[in-house]
Design a binder for this molecule. Structure first.
Ligand code: FE2
Length: 312
């Protein structure tokens, strides 16, 4: 039987993982293939398409001047404003021409190793379902709007596209050292909640920020959050909040820098020295930080979302 160690560099097939590193043992849904793909994309109703269009319009009211230039360019390159939930086949053809990526439909939850395997092969796994009117403003589970609107435009940027593939490859190593939590933090603070220093100000490139109406303003303009230049080691030791606005964001100077910091990092050495838990609280500012803005943390200290605090 092949082991993860033997197939480490073979990103074309799913590895057989020893049980001790398989941290998300999900049962495969009956209708899903062995590669954890849905047989096809969902057939969306007219109401589903209307929800997509309304979400799109909501975001376009807040994104210009706050979203990264590469993200706005990606929306245009992929014609994501053509109306209705995009069809993954057409989207994948366009994306393939640009950077060799595709978008594939998957169940809502897939095991970690399958997620990494898709990324390492330049396939972005996207959930099929779309939210309802009842959950229009906030859903914790990520739907097709979050995945396709939030993530896919950035995959038109060649350097970012390479970073995502490297992230998938790094996942295999993290599983072997049982340090998925640390690598998850890097994903969280870059792919989901990353900020970028552009010539005329701070812009957002993280999908978690760009697919919602509140955090894009808060992350780029509010006084509460810390904004700290990204250091991969530091980020991987930092805790994060799942269900509220972040107390701290990490800023990259360019996608080239993000890519370089990731591929040049000796993850073996890092994982051997990392504890199982996080070292830094998500509110912490530490000696080695290059701080862009030190936040007031007012929103967080007032109790965040639960308390009804204003995201200022
Ligand atoms: Fe996401």
């Amino acid at each position: 039987m092949a082991t993860l160690a033997q197939t480490e560099q073979d990103f074309t097939r799913l590895p057989d993982l020893p049980a001790e590193v398989f941290t998300a043992p999900l049962k495969k849904p009956a209708h899903v293939g062995d590669d954890w793909l849905e047989p096809k994309q969902t057939d969306y109703t007219a109401e589903d398409d209307a929800i997509w269009n309304d979400l799109f319009a909501r975001q376009m009211a807040v994104l210009p001047g706050r979203a990264a230039t590469a993200f706005m360019a990606g929306l245009e390159k992929l014609n994501l404003d053509r109306g209705g939930v995009p069809e993954f086949g057409t989207l994948s053809e366009d994306l393939d021409t640009l950077t060799g990526w595709s978008v594939v439909p998957v169940p809502m939850l897939i095991p970690d190793h399958v997620f990494f395997w898709h990324l390492a092969n330049r396939r972005f796994p996207a959930g099929n379902f779309i939210r309802t009117r009842e959950t229009f403003h906030y859903i914790q589970a990520h739907d097709v709007f979050h995945h396709v609107f939030g993530h896919v435009p950035m995959l038109t940027d060649p350097v970012y596209a390479d970073y995502m593939q490297e992230y998938g490859r790094a996942g295999w190593k993290a599983m072997r050292y049982n340090r998925l939590k640390a690598l998850g933090s890097l994903y969280w603070y870059t792919v989901e909640f990353g900020l970028l220093q552009e010539a005329d100000g701070i812009r957002a490139y993280g999908a978690g920020i760009l697919s919602g109406p509140t955090e894009v303003v808060y992350a780029t303009e509010a006084e509460s959050p810390n904004r700290i230049m990204l250091n991969v080691d530091r980020v991987m030791r930092t805790d994060y909040v799942i269900s509220d606005l972040q107390p701290t964001y990490f800023v990259i100077e360019s996608f080239e820098d993000l890519y370089r910091q990731t591929v040049e990092r000796d993850f073996d050495k890092l994982y051997r020295n990392l504890g199982a838990g996080f070292t830094y609280a998500n509110t912490a500012v530490i000696d080695v930080d290059h701080v862009v803005n030190r936040g007031s943390l007012e929103y967080t200290l007032r109790g965040g979302r639960e308390s009804g605090a204003k995201p200022v």
